[in-house]
Write a protein that binds this ligand. Structure first.
Ligand SMILES: NC(=O)c1ccc[n+]([C@@H]2O[C@H](COP(=O)([O-])OP(=O)(O)OC[C@H]3O[C@@H](n4cnc5c(N)ncnc54)[C@H](O)[C@@H]3O)[C@@H](O)[C@H]2O)c1
Length: 291
């Protein structure tokens, strides 16, 4: 028990969990608090050329042991090799389909075994799967696929991670939502509704886990222009892409889109002790898109 609690009646300490206050942080430098050395992380969609790879790189750079899991195993392997080489970190790849309950449980158990436990899950796998346009035109199979990837898969991955985290009563779950989960935009109604669901799930999970040392938080990117987006802007696709970007661009107060790395910075911060008290909420990293 910290000296700082001396003199406070033990029933008060117990009632308000004052012994859980991280007094050890007071004497540390912010860069020490932001270290992820020794943390064991799984990043879903970790083979992704935009945010997925950026998160894997940022976590590895801060010292984490990372499993980049993705339905596209070759892509995850490439990211893992690149991140291990660049940061001298322990990063490996595994194939997983987050929409498959058994597969995600099996894969996470194996990843946890390889790393000796699991401290951090980043639920990054997601995307609109080109389900653009009016809701009235959308077919049930296409809707189901978007819901499965962006919401159901995130529930399954979270459950599988909790199976690893609960025995050690320690862990952090960072869910990648979207600014679109907080506002309305044309043409991506089902996808945005899934992202609203991710924000609601994150908040409710934080409540459900409040007696544990496991917490959840969501991150809402706006429009990221990673390598894929830049490639499309330089291709025949430019006009379709330009039209889709305009409605978001007009709402930004930052005057520019973001790089995936700028979102990954915030994920890494939230994964660290420095960001631990950002809890149950959905952090906007969208250049003012939702304000
Ligand atoms: N791109 C944006 O501007 C933007 C904006 C707001 C939110 N987001 C969210 O950020 C996250 C990352 O998006 P991104 O565009 O940077 O993509 P990304 O580059 O991170 O790629 C996503 C990865 O998910 C993988 N994946 C797809 N289905 C999967 C499955 N069933 N199981 C496991 N992995 C699977 C893909 O293979 C791909 O590698 C998503 O959740 C997305 O909804 C993106």
């Amino acid at each position: 028990m910290s000296q700082r609690l001396a003199g406070i009646p033990s029933d008060v300490v117990e009632q308000f969990h004052l012994d859980r206050l991280p007094f050890d942080q007071v004497e540390k430098r912010p860069d020490q608090l932001m270290s992820l050395a020794g943390r064991r992380a799984v990043v879903t969609g970790g083979g992704g050329g935009d945010l997925g790879q950026a998160i894997v790189h940022r976590l590895a750079a801060m010292g984490a042991h990372v499993a980049a899991v993705d339905i596209d195993e070759p892509a995850a392997k490439e990211v893992a090799e690149d991140a291990s080489g660049r940061w001298g970190a322990d990063v490996f790849a595994m194939r997983v389909d987050v929409t498959d309950w058994d597969d995600v449980h099996r894969t996470f158990a194996e990843a946890g075994e390889r790393m000796g436990g699991l401290d951090l899950l980043v639920n990054n796998a997601g995307g609109a799967l080109r389900l653009h346009g009016s809701f009235l035109d959308q077919q049930p199979d296409a809707m189901r696929r978007v819901i499965d990837l962006n919401f159901v898969g995130l529930l399954y991955a979270t459950r599988a991670a909790l199976a690893q985290m609960l025995p050690s009563d320690r862990g952090r779950i960072v869910n990648i939502a979207s600014e679109g989960g907080k506002i309305s935009l044309d043409g991506i109604t089902v996808y945005n509704a899934c992202k609203s669901a991710v924000i609601g799930f994150t908040r409710n999970l934080a409540r459900e886990l409040r007696e544990t040392r496991i917490s959840s938080v969501a991150v809402c990117p706006g429009v990221m222009v990673g390598p894929h987006a830049l490639e499309r802007l330089g291709s025949d696709d430019v006009n379709a892409r330009r039209a889709a970007l305009e409605q978001s661009y007009e709402r930004l107060t930052a005057g520019r889109f973001s790089l995936p790395e700028e979102v990954a910075n915030v994920v890494a911060f939230l994964a660290s002790d420095a960001g631990a008290y950002v809890h149950g909420t959905a952090v906007s990293v969208g250049g003012g898109l939702s304000d």
